[in-house]
Design a protein around this ligand. Structure first.
Ligand code: 3PG
Length: 214
């Protein structure tokens, strides 16, 4: 893993964020995440204004790691990089899009769940994959089965992760970090429940630490 990947792995969880009001919410949300010990965010292009949120977080909180999620096109890669994104996450394995990110010199974590996805990722020289949607694709059992022929990858499972199953995932050495929206739900963000977000982040970090100590 490179330095950025190691930093993400060290934190252990990656909040997957959809911001409907980036001008209003990006800064307090970043503060809440940092206060909870989770200075990383995957800001999804599912909401218009994702680039605005990425820019606000990068400019206001330079030590935070900010990536772009749900990236589907080269134009979105360009937009994310221009906004200051440090990594790109794609929901599926699109070899051309991955190669475009590599050519632009930005880390990319494509969503992979099948032997075909992993094989494509191997050919592209990737080391860290998003395993998405994790629970719905077979969860930890599938991740373990995939790492038999492909032991070279670390994965970031995302989809269906919560405080309940976080420890089980993190305990497995194949897992670099877990992604999730449970600590940054629309309900929490839209109602400005920043303290609750901080608490959920703190609880997540504690779970990660305890799971890795065990
Ligand atoms: C994603 O895009 O990574 C997922 O929607 C996050 O999944 P979750 O909402 O189940 O955490």
């Amino acid at each position: 893993m490179n330095d950025l990947q190691k930093r993400i792995a060290e934190i252990g969880v990656v909040p997957v964020i959809k911001l409907n009001h980036p001008e209003r919410d990006a800064a307090p949300l970043a503060e809440a995440l940092i206060a909870g010990g989770v200075p990383v965010a995957e800001v999804t292009f599912r909401a218009a204004g994702a680039a605005t949120a990425i820019r606000a977080m990068r400019e206001g909180f330079p030590d935070m790691l900010v990536g772009a999620g749900t990236v589907l096109t080269e134009a979105q890669v360009d937009e994310a990089i221009a906004a200051g994104a440090q990594f790109i996450v794609t929901p599926g394995m699109d070899a051309e899009l991955v190669a475009y990110c590599q050519a632009r010199g930005i880390d990319v974590f494509p969503g992979c769940t099948t032997p075909t996805d992993y094989h494509t990722a191997y050919k592209l020289g990737l080391e860290v994959l998003k395993f998405f949607p994790a629970e719905q694709s077979g969860g930890l059992a599938k991740i373990k089965a995939m790492s038999a022929p492909f032991p070279m990858f670390k994965v970031m499972p995302t989809g269906g992760i919560s405080l309940k199953n976080l420890a089980d995932y993190i305990k497995n050495p194949v897992i670099a970090a877990c992604g999730g929206s449970y600590m940054v739900t629309a309900e929490l963000i839209d109602n400005g429940k920043w303290d609750e977000i901080t608490t959920l982040c703190r609880q997540s970090v504690e779970i990660v630490k305890a799971a890795r100590r065990a």
